[in-house]
Design a protein around this ligand. Structure first.
Ligand code: NAI
Length: 480
């Protein structure tokens, strides 16, 4: 029986391996992690991450051909194919701080593989890594290999949180990069055979190692750029009276552009987009490509601008101050159907409002109070893009409470900000919310989820990103 081991039981390692186990019953899949609590959660009824459909898949395979373990060395030793899906965050100190990928976790995993392995292995880069990482990993493995043959493959993951299981079951493409040597190609074929159990062959793309590594960074950069492009348009729409949803629809009808990923919002978040673009920028700079680096930097600057523009709109609309006012925040995760808050725009918006001394009451159906408090305590790392929003101080943290339902969050609030596109926010009883709020009652919709005409009819002063402004807001120009 072929054995697969995945190092890293996170948002990628867990769901990816669960689907491989589901689709390849003859393969034994073990996901290992140094985090005991994470592995315990994977082995319990309360999985460590929320992802629609994940629980079903795990329940079908766990204990049969899918295992979760903290015994990292044992399973690496036994495996034929080792996926490495550890975190690769942005470096916070030293050379390249604030931009380069921190490969500490990757390097330690590679060294451990080199120490433990006693037979030939295929090592698969699942984490998103800088171009040429495979070369560094090869050096680490070769240096310690004791005559063992290691083949490195790049197999970046394109799943999106919130739709991970669907994306894994029915991927647009699977990308496998390998060395163009006979052994390299043999390893590519071995991995291709795994995916071919359920992915049509024409969707399995094989390339050289560097193309595969760079394609992942490029794909995330293009996706984030699309969001920043439509968000840039949203500012212009507000200034001119155009409606960003109408503009997006008209633009997306062009088959060369397509309709997806054209929703204006308070900004993109998630663990990947910013990290991967920063990484891309760093690689460009290291290769002397200053103009290319500047081009991609602008995608992040625009995202920062969109978040601070939102905060400014809230403050300026509410008579230029939110000091002492209760603001209800609906949604804290970086998007719907996930409990992940990494780089969520809600953090910057909340910190911005706290900076103006607002009292926040936050509701999110999947994010715990602990997580929210931790996120608002942490300092965002510094780099050379302007930080418009000050980190929250310990005193301002006292002004944060977490509510268990949206109505409780909104009670007696002066304003309500919608920061995540959870479906349930579309269906709330806004009449009830209006009645329980202070007047004039403001709604700031950072995701364009509410029915504009309906809310204005109820009596709200409503701001929706990129939509024609409420007459009230027109008279209150956004702060510079
Ligand atoms: P994560 O932080 O959720 O999971 C990483 C796991 O690796 C953690 O549980 C950590 O304890 C474990 N780990 C770290 N070093 C280890 C070691 N030496 N031995 C054993 N376990 C170790 O990260 P996530 O979100 O799963 O991301 C993993 C990689 O996949 C990153 O490079 C990310 O950029 C990439 N990626 C993430 C996507 C996402 O939507 N989250 C999508 C596509 C790629």
């Amino acid at each position: 029986m072929m054995k697969i081991c995945c190092i890293g039981a996170g948002y990628v390692g867990g769901p990816t391996m669960a689907v491989i186990a589901l689709k390849c019953p003859s393969v034994e899949v073990t996901v290992v992690d140094i985090s005991i609590s994470r592995i315990n959660a994977w082995n319990s009824d309360q999985l460590p991450i929320y992802e629609p459909g994940l629980e079903d898949v795990v329940k079908q395979c766990r204990g049969k051909n899918l295992f979760f373990s903290t015994n990292v060395e044992k399973h690496v030793y036994e495996a034929d194919i080792i996926f490495v899906s550890v975190n690769t965050p942005t470096k916070t100190r030293g050379l390249g701080a604030g931009k380069a990928a921190d490969l500490t976790y990757w390097e330690s995993a590679a060294r451990m593989i080199a120490d433990v392995a006693k037979s030939d292995k295929i090592v698969v880069e699942k984490s998103t890594v800088p171009v040429k990482t495979a070369e560094a990993i090869e050096k680490i493995l070769a240096h310690n290999s004791k005559g063992i043959c290691f083949q490195i493959l790049s197999n970046p993951e394109f799943l999106a949180e919130g739709t991970a299981i669907q994306d894994l079951l029915n991927p647009d493409r699977v990308l496998i990069g390998g060395r163009e040597t006979p052994n390299g190609q043999k390893a590519v074929k071995a991995l291709k055979d795994v995916y071919a159990q359920w992915v049509p062959l024409e969707r399995i793309i094989t390339t050289n190692l560097w193309s595969a590594e760079l394609s992942k960074l490029a794909a995330n950069a293009f996706l984030a750029q699309r969001i920043s492009s439509v968000n840039a348009m949203s500012a212009l729409c507000e200034a001119t009276g155009a409606d960003v949803q109408e503009v997006s629809y008209a633009v997306g009808k062009d088959s060369r552009i397509g309709p997806k990923f054209l929703n204006a919002s308070v900004g993109f978040g998630g663990s990947c987009f910013q990290k991967d673009i920063l990484n891309l920028i760093y690689i460009c700079e290291c290769n002397g490509l200053k103009e290319v680096a500047c081009y991609w930097k602008q995608v992040i600057k625009l995202n920062d601008y969109q978040k601070s523009r939102f905060v400014n709109r809230v403050v300026s609309s509410m008579f230029n101050t939110v000091s002492g006012k209760k603001i209800a925040v609906l949604g804290f995760a970086f998007k719907k159907n996930t409990g992940d808050t990494r780089e969520t725009p809600a953090i910057d918006v909340c910190k911005g409002l706290l900076g103006d001394k607002a009292s926040l009451s936050i509701y999110d159906p999947q994010v715990t109070e602990d997580q929210i408090q931790r996120d608002l305590w942490m300092n965002k790392f510094d780099w050379d893009h302007p930080i418009h929003l000050q980190p929250a101080s310990p005193t301002s943290i006292k002004h944060v409470s977490v509510a268990w339902d949206p109505y409780q969050a909104a009670k007696d609030a002066h304003g309500l900000c919608i920061l995540t596109d959870w479906d349930e926010f579309k269906k709330l009883d806004y009449e009830k919310i209006y009645k329980s709020m202070q007047k004039p009652a403001f709604v700031f919709d950072g995701r364009n989820v509410v029915d504009v005409a309906r809310l204005r009819e109820i009596g709200f002063i409503l701001y929706s990103i990129g939509k024609p402004l409420d007459p009230w807001l027109k008279d209150m120009p956004a702060l510079a």
